[in-house]
Design a protein. Structure first.
Length: 171
């Protein structure tokens, strides 16, 4: 088994989400772009790529640009219910065409007081995470209401298992 991360450009150069594009379609497209970038680098076999984004009140929360952006995102999530959607692209290359799917989870974040918000922002744990937070982060008051914990951290294992079975059936 070989692990090959897609280049940062795969996500950075992807076309922005269109005004009529659902969050589900968008994360599937981003996952496929990552898989295609790995394939373009000459990798074969079973390629797995994922992309995860959060959404609250219809606003997509990607990775924060800086600390101020992270604070804005965390304040928008504080005491609120939001959803996390992960797009998955699984590709048995070169034998089969890529297959895509997505998984959704609903979470509730407890209220964040100023002391916690300052501590969390200072910790830097928000960096590189959609919505400026990670379910696995220390002391973060997040609770899964629907869906799965693996999806929330960006790898919906139950979905990957189903897609692997689909590839087996097609082979």
């Amino acid at each position: 088994m070989e692990v090959a991360a897609p280049p940062e450009e795969a996500e950075a150069n992807a076309r922005a989400r269109g005004p009529t594009e659902s969050l589900e379609a968008y994360v599937r497209r981003l996952a496929r772009a990552k898989a295609e970038a790995v394939a373009a680098a000459g990798h074969y076999g079973t390629l797995l790529a994922c992309d995860t984004l959060s959404e609250v009140d219809g606003r997509t929360l990607g990775k924060p640009l800086d600390r101020a952006d992270a604070e804005r995102m965390l304040r928008s999530l504080s005491g609120r219910v939001h959803r996390v959607v992960t797009g998955v692209c699984l590709w048995q290359r070169p034998e089969l065409d890529p297959i895509e799917a997505d998984a959704e989870s609903t979470l509730e974040m407890g209220p964040l007081d100023e002391a916690f918000l300052d501590w969390y922002l200072e910790s830097g744990m928000w960096q590189g995470k959609a919505g400026a937070c990670g379910y696995q982060d220390e002391r973060l008051p997040l609770r899964v209401l629907a869906g799965s914990e693996p999806n929330v951290v960006g790898l919906p294992l139950e979905l990957v298992r189903r897609l692997l079975a689909e590839i087996d059936a097609r082979s």
